[in-house]
Ligand binder design. Sequence first.
Ligand code: FAD
Length: 426
Amino acid sequence: MTFKTDPYWWEAAPRPDLAAADVPQLTDVAVVGSGYTGLIAALKLAEAGRSVAVFDSDAIGAGASSRNSGFVGRTLKYSFGDLLSAKGLPHAIATYREMQAAFRAVGDTVAEYAIDCDFRVHGRLVLAETPAQFEDVKREYELRHEHLGAPFEILDKQALSSEIGSARYLGGVILPDLASIHPGRYHQGLVRAAQGLGVLLLPNTRVSGVARNETGFQVDTARGSCQAREVILATNGYTDGLLPWLQRRLIPFDAWQVATEPLPSSLIDQLLPRDRTYIDSYMNIDAIRRSPDGSRILYCGKTGERSDQQVMGQRLLGELRAVFPDLKDVGLSHSWTGRCAATFDLLPHMGTHDGIHYAAGYCFAGLPMGSHFGRLLAQRILKPGSVASVFVDQPFPTMPLYGGNNWFVPWMMRWYDWKEGKRHAA
Ligand SMILES: Cc1cc2nc3c(=O)[nH]c(=O)nc-3n(C[C@H](O)[C@H](O)[C@H](O)COP(=O)(O)OP(=O)(O)OC[C@H]3O[C@@H](n4cnc5c(N)ncnc54)[C@H](O)[C@@H]3O)c2cc1C
């Protein structure tokens, strides 16, 4: 089977082809990483009059920010119910209120910079495959409704048939106020806004060292060094050895996604009649949606696996066909991958280490969290002491002997699948 191995999103939003500007001798803020986190921090700092240089080892935005599924939600790997049991009601409420603020940060950013990126509130369907999952999902959203006022609707198997053309699930919950986006065009809009504000974008310029000195930091690259008053690391799943302290706290993992070839609209209407975003209820989630133009189905799954893109494309197509047997004769147009980062406590973190600001460990919620933390990073620099967040400056755990080698991730994900009884096509 032949398919492209660049993200489907790059068709409408190719990575910007920028001339290699010189590394500046001096900047107020050096931002390492040009995804949502880095660019939104850069935008907010530039608006406040700071000079900002954004460095990326690759093309601008070539990381996860232009590769993801475009699901805009407000969920952590810890459910509201988990947090309530472990840390009590006030903490659970504060955490999920901040998730709501992170969700809002995406829509606010789209509106503020007038970004044309198919941002749409059209609801998410959370699917349950077993009676136990159905009970858990219902309990979770009843709790969120009770304590946060979050709207939801429970669907039994019969009601589900008007929402999804698959016999695999026995119930689900609709979250009508969640959204989706074209992630590549969202990022492209951020690039345009940053350029408009005079942010210096430096593609193919890996930062190899950051050393503290009397007036801030010396930022080293193979193309020259730059003196910066402040430094932000916004490298998430692509974090390298630049700040070993951070690398020891992040667990990078690969996520995989495919797009089918264009499908007849009658087939898409039969399989995804209501055009929502869809996830199942496993730790290692399957995520399904229509492409924004409604021409094909996008599927993300088998997160954490390590293989090549040809093999993974075939495997993901097998998984998608197990959900929708009607796709048995359909092929793929694209199959691609990107890197995310988890943490040992499964929570996102933002803070400052040795004077260097960082935000990372989004555990698959980087669209809202990157947009939110980008703003908070800028706020922290502009108004030190003013950031109030349940995620900021919290203890950030690592493990003895862990240095950033993620060899165990595929095994860990298979262990979750085994524990939860997740079935796979191959
Ligand atoms: C297939 C897939 C599906 C996903 N689906 C969703 C979803 O539906 N919803 C959601 O909320 N999240 C999703 N995510 C996660 C989300 O995309 C990320 O969490 C988010 O994009 C992280 O943004 P970021 O700006 O922090 O990092 P990134 O966008 O990953 O950018 C980091 C950048 O840092 C650069 N870099 C690293 N080291 C250096 C260095 N030393 N010098 C210079 N540059 C450096 C890299 O080149 C990279 O471009 C998904 C991710 C993937 C891969």
